[in-house]
Design a protein around this ligand. Structure first.
Ligand code: NAD
Ligand code: WQD
Length: 338
């Protein structure tokens, strides 16, 4: 069974991907420093799978300890690189922290992979690289734009680094997945998103509000040029997203894969903030407290994916609706018991 190193494998998307890797017959090896996750995630994964997954508590920016993991594990067939910081606001306040972890971390990983002749990489990119798109839905051909935060810029720079390495004649073969807005949790409610502090993201804020931890949601802006005035996003279930990583690894295993490819991973469906609130009310069968407020600085008015490429070439499909995704987020929030 092929070993796949999963950096950030204890995190939100990483933990769900670890489960899907095992379901697909791979042996994931987690590398995580738990800077934005908790070790109990490993218990959740083990309970779902009925087996423990190997985890190395290691910082990916440290080449020496990363090399020790590669040496200890031996034959690594590929790497999925989730490990990064992702808080947009914090990245504005502390850009160097983000450039170090997200950019220097990638470079370090690539050097260690090269030294160990590991050539397959799946990279976590983001729809943030499209900035404010002129035309919707966005395809992989939609031009990328200057990111409006250091976090977004790290993803754009990382993609450029990967493209440069690909054209250098290196043996590295990379698939960058540009995620839209991942939501939801595993159907067991044993793993899910663990936001630290007050969540910035919409769905954790909604579930914490429904749980009574927050008073009410503020809908940031209802005067956008969208049908109901609130912002539009493409909310994709994290388990569907996790499966896209398995598909990407399989594509890299084929004979002569492309040196560098990008794929949008979303549902292809745009939903407004107010539609999400309504869908949540339907999923939970109870009214949800919200008020409308001013726009949030830096928000993209509307973005959703054209997923034709991922559908045709990765066999990607969404199996879970917005309502089902929100119901799973809610089940996870309740399982957290706080
Ligand atoms: P997360 O914070 O839940 O997971 C990231 C994991 O990486 C955490 O467990 C953290 O402890 C670990 N980590 C961070 N820096 C590390 C380092 N230097 N060494 C080892 N471990 C480290 O985040 P997530 O939502 O699962 O996101 C995973 C990836 O997907 C990130 O690269 C993120 O930028 C990207 N992404 C996320 C979203 C989203 O909305 N969640 C959208 C687009 C892209
Ligand atoms: C969604 C919508 C808010 C909270 C972020 C990152 C981006 C990418 C995806 C990683 C927006 C609205 C939110 C609230 C609200 N991540 N909202 N009230 O803005 O698409 O992007 O996640 O790469 O880089 O910036 O996601 O969940 O923060 O917001 O009205 O309390 O919900 O204005 O329209 P976003 P989000």
């Amino acid at each position: 069974m092929s070993k796949i190193l999963v950096t950030g494998g204890a995190g939100y998307i990483g933990s769900h991907t670890v489960v899907e890797l095992v379901n697909a017959g791979y042996t994931p090896i987690i590398v995580d420093n738990f800077s934005n996750s908790e070790e109990r995630v490993l218990n959740g994964i083990a309970q779902i799978l009925g087996q423990q997954v190997v985890c190395h508590k290691v910082d990916c920016t440290d080449a020496k300890v990363l090399q020790e993991v590669f040496t200890k594990e031996g034959d690594i067939a590929g790497v999925i690189h989730f490990a990064a910081f992702k808080a947009v606001g914090e990245s504005v306040a502390e850009p160097l922290k983000y450039y170090h972890n997200n950019v220097a971390g990638l470079v370090t990983l690539l050097q260690v992979m090269e030294a160990n002749k590991v050539t397959r990489l799946v990279f976590s990119s983001s729809c943030t690289v499209y900035g404010i798109p002129e035309k919707l839905p966005v395809t992989e051909e939609t031009p990328t734009q200057k990111a409006n935060s250091p976090y977004g810029n790290t993803k754009k720079i990382d993609e450029e680094i990967l493209r440069d390495v690909a054209t250098s004649g290196s043996a590295l073969r990379t698939i960058a997945l540009r995620y839209f807005n991942p939501i939801g949790a595993h159907e067991s409610a044993l793993i899910g998103e663990l936001p630290l502090g007050v969540p910035n993201n919409l769905v954790p804020f909604i579930t914490q509000t429904a749980a009574g931890l927050r008073d009410s949601l503020t809908v940031y802006g209802t005067d956008y040029d969208t049908p109901d005035g609130s912002c539009i996003r493409d909310y994709v279930h994290v388990v569907d997203l996790a499966k896209a990583h398995v598909a990407a690894i399989k594509r890299l295993e084929k004979e002569e894969p492309a040196a560098f490819e990008v794929f949008n991973v979303g549902t292809g469906q745009g939903s407004s903030v107010l539609e999400v609130v309504k869908a949540f009310e339907k999923a939970t069968s109870k009214p949800f407290p919200y008020k409308t407020g001013p726009r949030r600085a830096g928000d993209v008015p509307a973005i959703y994916a054209d997923v034709t490429k991922a559908t045709e070439e990765l066999g990607f499909k969404t199996s879970l609706s917005l309502e089902e995704s929100l119901a799973s987020s809610w089940a996870w929030q309740q399982a957290l018991g706080k």
